[in-house]
Design a protein around this ligand. Structure first.
Ligand code: FNR
Length: 356
């Protein structure tokens, strides 16, 4: 493990460790995978305006609201990556003091994840046509000590992921739903995950349903998966407690913008009323810094966590978080920012600014 020096190196190890069907599922994006590349590339086009001769002998990476600005994004079906599944991820999160957002499509039950360790956990949810199933899971999460609900709003239908279609990707029975919904699809053709989503997800979901969600839980509600100022305003009006700027890791609508390029338009209209988080393409501590400089309170990490899990289980996830943390720390030091509050818009220059 000492030989691994950056997060991207876990991708190759995961590829070696996993059957092709599963690696492709974790790795892939929608259609031409334009947005998949852009999520990463757009970060690279942002450069720094570092400040010098600032005392950076002590770096404090703690944040007021979430504690630490790096969180684990919800990703489905961790047991396909490693036999211990979400429990291994949760243990790594607990050891690293990182909030884990457990996917609705997890392969361990929420109770199993909750009792395995004391990581701070949020639950991501989808709304099923059988609303009562979603409501039951939300109630179970509340009972199991989850601290927030993250409603994913960018999957009225599943995006076209061509590798999954070719591989006839399976959808296994998910333990959370045993006795409630059959999630198992082993397709003769096409993607089983897509077939499952098509038959189960409620594509009629709309802003008014935030009220419904409010009526079934007292937990804070975040919406994940918006990319425009218009929707950010709607989210604030709907009274949600936070926003995750996300294009679902480029797995839904191809040619959606890279998330880091639309963060500021969201931050501007939200005006600090609720936290704005971001995910998509975060692979370096420098990316974390750039997102915070452009107004995010925290970032979520998707694929690198799954690759760490696939390659080395709990230790792999720990290592991914540790590497990002260390890179972020050195970025803060070399930019002249001893605390998170010192990171400002002036510390970065976007591509647009460079062209003017
Ligand atoms: C996801 N994502 C996701 N999102 C969600 O709300 N519920 C889910 O079950 C899943 N499942 C899932 C599986 C896999 C394999 C991936 C790669 C992604 C999206 C995820 O939360 C996040 O938005 C992106 O992964 C962030 O982009 P990066 O970090 O993967 O580039």
């Amino acid at each position: 493990m000492d030989q691994i020096v950056n997060v991207d190196e876990f991708q190759e190890l995961a590829k070696q460790a996993l059957p092709k069907m599963y690696f492709d599922f974790y790795n892939g994006g929608a259609e031409d995978q334009h947005t998949l590349k852009e999520n990463v590339e757009a970060f690279r086009r942002i450069i720094f305006r570092p400040r010098v001769l600032v005392d950076v002998s002590k770096i404090d990476m703690s944040t007021k609201i979430l504690g630490f600005p790096i969180m684990i994004a919800p990703t489905a079906m961790h047991k396909l990556a490693h036999p211990e599944g979400e429990i291994a991820t949760a243990k790594a999160a607990a050891a690293s003091n990182t909030i884990m957002i457990v996917s609705f499509m997890s392969t361990c039950t929420i109770e199993e994840v909750a009792s395995s360790c004391n990581a701070v956990r949020f639950l991501q949810i989808y709304v099923y046509k059988k609303r009562d199933v979603t409501a039951q899971i939300v109630r179970r999460a509340e009972k199991a000590g989850f601290k927030a609900i993250v409603l994913t709003v960018d999957v009225p239908k599943l995006g076209r992921r061509e590798a999954d279609i070719k591989n006839k990707m399976i959808s296994p029975q998910l333990k959370n739903f045993e006795g409630l919904v059959s999630t198992e699809v082993r397709p003769n053709e096409g993607s089983g995950v897509e077939a499952f989503a098509a038959s189960t997800f409620d594509a009629s979901l709309s802003w008014k349903d935030i009220e419904w969600l409010r009526s079934i839980t007292k937990l804070p509600i975040l919406v994940k998966g918006l990319l425009t100022r218009e929707d950010a305003l709607k989210a604030v009006e709907a009274g949600v407690d936070g926003i995750v700027v996300s294009n679902h890791g480029a797995r839904q609508l191809d040619y959606s913008p890279a998330t880091i390029t639309v963060l500021e338009e969201v931050v501007h209209v939200v005006r600090g009323r609720i936290p704005v988080l971001l995910d998509g393409g975060v692979r370096r501590g420098t990316d974390v810094f750039k997102a915070l400089a452009l107004g995010a309170q925290a970032v979520l990490i998707g694929r690198p966590i799954v690759y760490g899990l696939a390659a080395k289980g709990e230790d792999g996830v720990k290592k991914v978080i540790e590497m990002l943390k260390n890179e972020f720390e050195i970025t803060m030091a070399l930019s002249g920012c001893p605390t998170i509050d010192d990171i400002t818009r002036n510390h970065v220059r976007t591509e647009k600014e460079r062209l003017h």
